[in-house]
Design a protein around this ligand. Structure first.
Ligand code: SF4
Length: 230
């Protein structure tokens, strides 16, 4: 029998983001998509229609009721866009913590400052997953491997900072596009050396820019071949 209990819920706090992923599933402003073989452009997004703090509190209360109904199985994933761009992120996180809901923050790790990490810890942050592949400068690459190493190293340093400040579990993820396919081993070595608690590899969701730019997306079969090689 299929278990139909909900065990995972994502709160997309905002569409705003500090990154420019060419596969982004968030709606672009005025539906202006860009094609990924051109120079990168800042990716404009719809900035309205965000729920405010009291509306999120109401959503969290509903999640709490569901969690009680299903005997505490829910995991609450806080994401965006970039959740760090919400100035009330700490208040939302504190409320989720006070409701004793398990939670994890998904972030690109940018922008981040020391005092923000401290505030997030005070709000109950225990688990975060940082996206290691921002794709921000991917089209200007003179030397792809140098670019990717620099990019991933920068993100790993951000992840390490969270760990050094005392966040219990810090993981990383790679969104796999054709630009990264040949460098998986390098990325994995860098991640391994940095003592991340875990690393995930995700395929692109074919929605929004992910649909428009799907020729740059790695198909599942190609992924399997690459893993066999490595
Ligand atoms: S990090 Fe996520 S929300 Fe931000 S641009 Fe990339 S895919 Fe979009």
């Amino acid at each position: 029998m299929i278990n139909r209990k909900p065990f995972f819920i994502e709160l997309e706090l905002t569409y705003k983001c500090s990154q420019q992923c060419f596969y982004c599933h968030n709606p672009p402003k005025d539906l202006k998509f860009y094609i990924a073989d051109k120079a990168p452009k800042p990716r404009s997004v719809i900035e309205m229609n965000e729920l405010n703090l009291s509306e999120w509190i109401s959503v969290i209360n509903q999640i709490k009721r569901l969690d009680e109904k299903y005997e505490g199985i829910m995991d609450v994933v806080i994401t965006g866009g970039e959740p760090l761009l919400r100035s009330d992120l700490e208040e939302i996180l504190s409320y989720i913590t006070r409701q004793k809901l398990r939670h994890m923050l998904l972030s690109s790790g940018e922008p981040i400052f020391d005092d923000r990490i401290t505030k997030l810890l005070e709000s109950g942050l225990e688990k975060i997953r940082i996206n290691l592949t921002s794709h921000k400068y991917v089209f200007n690459m003179q030397s792809p491997i140098m670019h990717i190493k620099n990019e991933v190293t920068k993100k790993l340093n951000i992840a390490k900072k969270f760990k050094d400040f005392g966040v219990k579990e810090v993981g990383g993820n790679i969104v796999l596009t054709s630009y990264y396919l040949n460098f998986l081993e390098e990325i994995a070595k860098l991640a391994y050396k940095s003592n991340l608690d875990w690393i995930e590899i995700h395929s692109v969701i074919k929605v929004g820019h992910g649909y428009i730019n799907q020729k740059f997306i790695v198909q599942i079969l190609t992924m399997k071949e690459q893993f066999k090689k490595n």
